[in-house]
Ligand binder design. Structure first.
Ligand code: DAH
Length: 369
């Protein structure tokens, strides 16, 4: 075997034996690199006589070409093998079952609120909001609460420390102060307050958090109310009754729901009433639409002329009704949750049990999911 054919055999074996791209590159450098074995042979050509060159030249060039070709072929093989290994390692098995996903649940209060809003929105009510931290004027004075009314006392209301102006703000005890803000804005008395921007006629609902210093199975320091306010020129108690009756039937998803209005007292409405729903309370749970018990679910009445005047609306021109509902309480009634305090205990097990899917089919009564 000549020296060239031995070199070729060695290099071909080295190329074939290169197990990966890095090993192959080492073989290439050893053969064709600057001082590789083949490169060194090529360098010797300059020193050969013309006869020798004619004889050796094609042999050496042929060797270089074959080694180059062998390197190219092996490189392609190794690249394909590397790709196949990678594909095999990264293979996604689409037939595998998906690992369970922890899904959030819609809190029953928010579900209830969404249903209520959808029903009133269908009746043409707009939405207004106000601040949780209120002043005495909006929470009490403008709503015609007398100076010594018990709701103004510490044991019922969370008062904030005096501010720099000597004023004590409070956590609103109801959503009724937003009535005042909406009417003030409508009468132009409260420029810049963004509520509805509506001049009378007004037709709004006000959902929101309210706060009272209270805690037992049916009272929590924070809960949710939904206020309603309608102001126009010829509004009377009949409109209030129809609105609340229609709401109640739709909310409880039954035309069998029976309601009754009882005279009551609120400082900000005259006359005032509470509305009860007929229910069955025997057996520990409350069933709406049957039985002979009554359960109070809301307060309402005709907006007191003094309240209208306090907001800059002329009571001889405008009148209307207002009402206030406890959102969490209505949710408890509709969905059968026994204890109001659980609703705000942030216990994930409770929420998983009583919560709602965010992806459920639309509720046939409300059209809302
Ligand atoms: N603000 C009352 C409360 O928290 C509820 C209420 C009663 C609101 C009568 C009204 C109303 O707008 O007219 O107990």
């Amino acid at each position: 075997m000549t020296d060239l054919s031995k070199l070729e055999a060695d290099l071909v074996a080295a190329v074939a034996g290169a197990a990966d791209l890095a090993a192959l590159e080492a073989v290439r450098v050893a053969a064709l690199g600057k001082s590789g074995s083949v490169s060194e042979l090529l360098k010797t050509m300059g020193g050969l006589s013309p006869d020798e060159r004619r004889e050796r030249g094609p042999l050496i060039n042929g060797l270089r070409d074959r080694i180059t070709a062998a390197l190219t072929v092996r490189k392609a093989e190794l690249e394909e093998a590397a790709l196949n290994t990678k594909l095999a390692a990264e293979r996604v098995d689409l037939s595998l079952p998906a690992p369970p996903e922890r899904r959030g649940r819609v809190h029953p209060t928010m579900q209830t609120l969404d249903e209520m809003i959808a029903i009133f929105a269908d009746m043409g009510f707009g939405l207004a909001e106000g601040p949780d931290i209120e002043d005495d004027f909006h929470n009490f004075t403008a709503l015609n609460f007398p100076p010594k009314h018990p709701a103004r006392e510490m044991h019922d209301t969370f008062w904030l420390p005096e501010d720099a102006n000597g004023e004590r703000k409070l956590l609103r005890t109801h959503t009724s102060p937003v009535q005042i803000r909406v009417m003030q804005q409508a009468s132009g008395k409260l420029p810049g307050w963004i509520a509805t921007g509506q001049a009378p006629p007004i037709r709004v609902i006000v959902p929101g958090r309210v706060y009272r210093s209270d805690s037992d199975a049916t009272h929590t320091p924070m809960f949710h109310q939904l206020e309603g306010l309608v102001i126009d020129r010829a509004i009377h108690m009949g409109h209030l009754k129809w609105t609340l009756d229609a709401f109640t039937r739709r909310f409880f998803e039954s035309d069998a729901v029976v309601t009754r209005f009882r005279p009551h007292h609120f400082p900000f409405t005259e006359p005032s009433a509470e509305m009860d729903v007929q229910c069955d309370r025997s057996g520990g749970s409350v069933k709406i639409g049957e039985g002979s018990d009554w359960l109070e679910i809301l307060g309402g009445g005709m907006v007191h002329p003094k309240v209208l005047a306090n907001c800059g609306l002329d009571p001889d021109e405008w009148q209307g009704f207002a009402f206030g509902l406890g959102v969490d309480r209505l949710g408890m009634l509709k969905y059968g949750m026994p204890d109001l305090r659980d609703m705000f205990a942030a216990d994930i097990r409770w929420l998983e049990h009583w919560g709602f899917s965010a992806f459920q089919a639309p509720n046939p009564a409300t059209g809302l999911s």
